[in-house]
Write a protein that binds this ligand. Structure first.
Ligand SMILES: NC(=O)c1ccc[n+]([C@@H]2O[C@H](COP(=O)([O-])OP(=O)(O)OC[C@H]3O[C@@H](n4cnc5c(N)ncnc54)[C@H](OP(=O)(O)O)[C@@H]3O)[C@@H](O)[C@H]2O)c1
Length: 217
């Protein structure tokens, strides 16, 4: 097995630590960061994400091959796109007007498409946004388990999608690749698989039907 890429998980709230924990279990080296001093999350990281390194976000990103955005979308504007140039970026964020406030740039659009436009030097893949953090951990299963569930992986760069599909597989999900970020709109809040954890055949049926109805592919 080749060496797995280092992950920088930005966000140590609900979903960031779960992604970090699953990735560590799968053998990935993981750094985790907030917008602040890593000292502030050192103890909690040791307790709930053993093996992860708390770091300044800029250092974590600089050393990572894969950067996971697990921060509220209304904080995304604080991320400097130049720092993410050349990185594979996993967008696990959702647009929630109730908590993000109304963000005009995201209204009526695919949130990851807006993210990708801003991160023009990165390969952006939408993944892990549609599964609640509890479920993400509880439903993870080894390959071949009969009750293994699916995770959507959408992006415009096939190699980046393949890398994140592999990550999804290694952390416990049957990846379902969607052919573009636009096609990945079906993973957003209000879509047929958001908050519903389905097996691969049911997931594929649900997304293909929605994509057909909304002419997304
Ligand atoms: N909760 C879920 O079940 C779930 C599941 C899938 C996807 N999501 C999506 O994931 C995103 C995060 O959700 P959450 O519930 O985990 O949020 P949360 O509990 O509010 O945590 C957000 C984290 O992001 C950090 N953060 C904010 N700005 C940052 C920056 N510029 N750089 C680095 N870290 C930063 C915050 O720390 P500081 O404020 O200290 O910087 C905090 O640790 C949302 O878009 C959400 O829709 C959530």
């Amino acid at each position: 097995m080749g060496e797995l890429s280092r992950l920088a998980v930005l966000g140590a709230g609900h979903v960031g630590p779960v992604i970090a924990r699953l990735a560590i279990r799968a053998g990935y080296p993981v750094d985790i960061a907030t917008s602040g001093d890593p000292e502030d999350i050192a103890l909690i990281t040791e307790l709930i994400i053993p093996g992860a390194r708390p770091r300044w976000a800029s250092d974590a990103v600089a050393d990572a091959g894969i950067v996971v955005l697990a921060i509220p979308l209304h904080r995304f504007g604080n991320i400097d796109p130049a720092r993410l140039d050349g990185k594979l970026v996993v967008d696990a964020m959702n647009y929630w007007p109730a908590s993000d406030g109304v963000l005009e740039a995201f209204e009526g659009r695919g949130s990851s498409e807006v993210v990708a436009r801003r991160l023009a030097g990165s390969a952006v893949v939408k993944a892990f946004n549609h599964i609640g953090y509890h479920e993400l951990e509880d439903r993870a299963r080894p390959a071949g388990a009969p009750d293994r569930r699916a995770a959507g992986v959408a992006g415009d760069d096939p190699a980046a999608v393949a890398t994140i599909a592999d990550l999804a597989d290694r952390i416990g999900y049957d990846p379902v690749r969607l052919e573009s970020l636009r096609a990945g709109r079906v993973l957003q809040p209000g879509g047929p698989v958001f908050g519903v954890v389905l097996t691969r055949p049911d997931f594929e049926l649900a997304v293909r039907e929605e994509q057909r109805q909304r002419s997304l592919v």
